[in-house]
Design a protein around this ligand. Structure first.
Ligand code: C2E
Ligand code: CA
Ligand code: CA
Ligand code: CA
Length: 281
């Protein structure tokens, strides 16, 4: 196991022990924030590990956008999921991020258009209005469906319903890509990789942390990359912080990655600047 306080951001930590009072307070603030839309979105570049080009951006919500210290999403997202606020918040993120990326793509014509990846929580996948929200966001912003990727976690795949499957099928038919987030941390069977129309696996940071020094982790990551290749899936390594990790991932043929080594979550403007810089020539 790892030491270091670096792990505090991990989501599989049983929801940070916020004291009851603090929780209530946070809850009330979140209520107000949802109605006033006091959120922001940052964009973390996804890069081609060997070439260094930016191929896409993952939208990550921030709250509050301005003013006081930001509350980590690892704290308020689970709260928003419990109360159902995640539906309104998720719809807002989708609208904002599609509008932002459409603008960015427009301003960077001549470059390969970067895609947008949006986190979608289990609760949103269960909402019957979700498909409509996605279609409306695409129609309103003009973002090409082929440049939208939606992320789901293994828990969604474990608790599929006909309604969820139908929404995913419809999205796939429109050309939207589906990615499995935090891959390897859930208790899913490998069967869904075969049965389910997934396009991308995002290997969780906890696996990437152990490479290149831990041979078992290296073997695991290599195994996932080969499995994905065999099944025709793209792979993104999450949380790359150091060069030796990048080198090893390039060696084993893991094509895409995200992490502080390349870039942190950025404002749209900074994201555009990084794209221009990295994709030039
Ligand atoms: P995630 O989807 O796994 O997102 C990756 C998280 O890892 C982000 O944290 C990102 O800032 C962080 N990260 C990226 N590269 C590195 C790295 O090299 N080192 C380290 N230490 N961290 C790295 P963030 O923004 O705090 O988000 C945490 C989680 O909150 C996300 O994990 C996701 O589960 C959730 N989340 C964030 N935005 C949204 C959203 O709009 N909707 C939903 N449903 N969930 C969201
Ligand atoms: Ca995560
Ligand atoms: Ca994600
Ligand atoms: Ca993740």
């Amino acid at each position: 196991a790892k030491t270091s306080g670096k792990r505090t951001w991990r989501r599989f930590r049983p929801q940070q022990r916020i004291r009851v009072v603090e929780r209530h307070e946070l809850q009330a603030r979140l209520d107000r924030a949802v109605s006033k839309e006091q959120f922001g979105v940052r964009y973390q570049p996804v890069v081609d590990i060997a070439r260094g080009d930016v191929v896409g951006f993952e939208a990550l919500v921030r709250w509050p956008e301005l003013g006081s210290d930001p509350v980590p999403p690892g704290q308020f997202i689970p709260l928003a999921e419990e109360t159902g606020h995640i539906s309104a918040l998720g719809a807002w993120v989708l609208r904002r991020a599609t509008a932002d990326l459409a603008r960015l793509q427009h301003r960077t014509q001549g470059f390969d258009p970067p895609y947008l990846s949006v986190n979608v929580s289990a609760r949103q996948w269960r909402d019957t209005s979700f498909l409509d929200e996605v279609c409306t966001a695409l129609d309103t912003t003009g973002l090409a469906a082929g440049t939208l990727q939606l992320e789901l976690t293994e828990s969604v795949l474990m608790r599929r319903t006909e309604q969820i499957d139908a929404q995913i099928q419809a999205l796939k038919e429109r050309g939207v890509r589906i990615a499995v987030d935090d891959f390897g941390t859930g208790f899913s069977s490998l069967r869904y990789l075969r049965d389910f129309p997934i396009d991308v696996l995002k290997i969780d940071k906890s696996f990437i942390d152990g490479i290149p020094q831990d041979p078992q982790q290296v073997a695991l990551v290599e195994g996932i990359v080969h499995l994905a290749d065999t099944l025709g899936l793209q792979v993104i390594a999450e949380g790359i912080e150091e060069e030796p990790q990048q080198e090893l991932l390039a060696d084993i043929g893991c094509r895409y990655g995200q992490g502080f080594l390349f870039a942190r979550p950025l404002t749209l403007e900074r994201g555009e600047a990084v794209l221009r810089q990295r994709n030039d020539g």
